[in-house]
Design a protein around this ligand. Structure first.
Ligand code: FAD
Ligand code: NAP
Ligand code: MG
Length: 463
């Protein structure tokens, strides 16, 4: 046993991909015969997977907690799976055969679970438990957590030496006000509460925002039969060649009944409004001095190596950056966090850490476009991966894939999900999905996987 971890306790808040990465990181060490500290992961939902654990609910869950999930029916990966593949658990290892590059949500959820199911991680997770409040005792150098066991309606406290905040940041809506919206006769919702395009069939839909949610909810609603989709942007339009039935207009100024007015003087009436206006980093369980305060960007301030809270590095945030990379980035973060807690990675002085943060922030300020953003996050992960034994993978190649993906979307927003990429982990070329994405209205795992087999049986050897 490493003396540094003897009798130490680690709390993880959240069992989404980031929290699960932390559990996996410790498990990887145990496989090398190195004992972990005591770990407890608190998850307010009844199952793991975070965003990927779909919930039909909106508003509050069965115990009255705010619903975490923002995903919806018919959600397909919006980037190639080859860009997020775990380097210690490949898609081939999980599915035993090549699959397409853009799987639907249930398939990616299955993949996440495949890796974690191989361990005893579930034993470390207390489900249906909300972290209600955290404080830090300067004298004992320990965190005190107030926890709510939702099932038993019981509140209790426990102390920990390290705190991992892995609670996600795409859950609390940023909901702006527009004059007259209170009298809009149709439905108004935030993307967080959008659960599928079915309800907007034959409707004229107004979406506010010009990022991933606007783009994807717009395309989904078009695909599933909305009468028209109008996207209203504040800074920049998405700017692709939209098919007839989808268009972009500048920012909304106000509503007059069902009619929306825009800054270019045009106006139009709508049946429903979805605010695709992003999310707030919200940590209602953290006091001022421990709370990360940031907008959604690629390098939140005050975090050394993007994870260690510089004022108090025993406090570690995972997955708080805006995300091109996802699962593999959370892994590289979790492996480094683990090594710090195990005493295998020594932090430099606070001053040096601040200097390192400053350098990254300067580079962040110089980002001009999405290509720069991809390079930035690629280099960030390179920086992390050099510091731990997380299995290396070809990050330059993944960076290139992200750039191709950006181009694919620009070329055709309706068909980019039909493209295939090659894994940098196994060298496997993805298989084309049996049905063009625009014609595929079923996102179930059964159809996604089983139909593939049928096709192979029917036409032997044909890809
Ligand atoms: P989350 O997945 O958000 O998990 C956080 C967990 O913390 C949740 O389980 C939550 O219940 C728990 N929690 C929160 N507060 C508390 C508390 N106080 N106490 C106890 N538990 C708590 N990424 C991709 O790679 N591909 C995609 O196609 C993709 N699509 C997306 C679509 C949408 C609509 C959204 C919103 C995100 C999408 N993402 C996608 C990004 C997604 O955020 C990441 O893939 C990933 O889920 C982030 O993992 P996380 O663990 O950091 O956070
Ligand atoms: P986001 O990327 O943070 O974008 C927020 C958008 O809201 C921006 O376009 C912003 O415009 C706009 N906005 C904010 N305040 C506004 C206001 N007051 N008025 C008008 N516009 C305003 O958030 P997101 O698009 O919700 O994406 C969040 C995450 O979900 C991403 O990681 C994404 O990958 C993921 N996602 C994935 C899928 C999928 O298909 N798998 C689908 C949806 C979402 P400005 O540019 O002017 O700031
Ligand atoms: Mg390394």
């Amino acid at each position: 046993m490493n003396m540094n971890t003897k009798n130490k306790r680690v709390a993880i808040i959240g069992a989404g991909p980031s929290g699960l990465a932390q559990l996996r990181a410790f498990e990887a060490l145990e496989k090398q015969g190195i004992e972990s500290p005591e770990i407890v992961c608190f998850e307010k939902q009844s199952d793991w997977g975070g965003m990927w654990n779909y919930s039909w609910r909106t508003g509050v869950g069965k115990y009255g907690e705010p619903v975490h999930g923002s995903m919806y029916k018919y959600l397909w990966s919006n980037g190639p799976k080859e860009c997020l593949e775990f380097s210690d658990y490949s898609f081939d290892e999980h599915f035993k055969k090549p699959i397409s590059s853009y799987p639907p949500r249930p398939v990616l959820f299955d993949y996440i679970q495949g890796r974690i199911n191989k361990s005893n991680a579930r034993d470390y997770i207390r489900f249906d438990t909300t972290a209600r409040w955290v404080s830090f005792d300067e004298e004992s150098k320990k965190f005190n957590l107030i926890l709510d066991n939702l099932k038993e309606d019981r509140t209790y406290e426990e102390e920990f030496d390290y705190l991992i905040v892995a609670s996600g940041h795409f859950s609390t809506p940023n909901m702006p006000f527009f004059e007259g919206i209170e009298n809009f006769p149709g439905g108004v919702m935030h993307a967080h509460d959008f659960r599928g395009a079915d309800q907007f069939k034959n409707q004229k839909l107004l979406l506010i925002g010009s990022s991933y949610s606007a783009e994807d909810i717009g395309v989904q609603c078009y695909k599933h039969g909305a009468k028209s989709v109008t996207l209203s942007y504040r800074s920049n339009p998405i700017g692709v060649d939209w098919p007839k039935g989808i268009k972009e207009v500048p920012l909304l100024t106000h509503f007059d009944g069902a009619t929306a007015h825009f800054t270019d003087g045009t106006s139009e009436s709508f049946d429903a409004v979805v605010m695709c206006t992003g999310y707030q980093h919200k940590f209602p369980f953290l006091p001022d001095e421990l709370r990360l305060k940031t907008k959604n960007n690629l390098y939140p301030n005050y975090l050394y190596k993007g994870i260690f809270f510089n004022e108090l590095p025993q406090l570690i945030y995972l997955g708080m950056q805006d995300q091109y990379y996802t699962f593999n980035m959370f892994d590289t973060q979790a492996w480094l966090a683990r090594d710090y807690m195990m005493g295998r990675f020594k932090l430099p002085s606070k001053k040096k850490r601040k200097e390192d943060i400053r350098k990254w922030l300067e580079r962040h300020d110089a980002i001009k476009d999405s290509l720069d953003s991809v390079d930035f996050q690629t280099d960030y992960i390179k920086d992390l991966i050099a510091l731990s034994d997380y299995p290396e993978f070809n990050l330059d190649k993944v960076g290139e894939m992200f750039k191709e993906w950006l181009q694919d979307k620009e070329d055709n927003i309706l068909t980019y999900r039909d493209k295939t990429y090659t894994s940098v982990v196994t060298g496997t070329k993805a298989k084309e999905h049996h049905t063009d994405w625009m014609d595929e209205l079923d996102d179930s795992k059964e159809r996604y996987l089983a139909f593939n087999e049928e096709v192979e049986e029917l036409v032997p050897g044909e890809e």
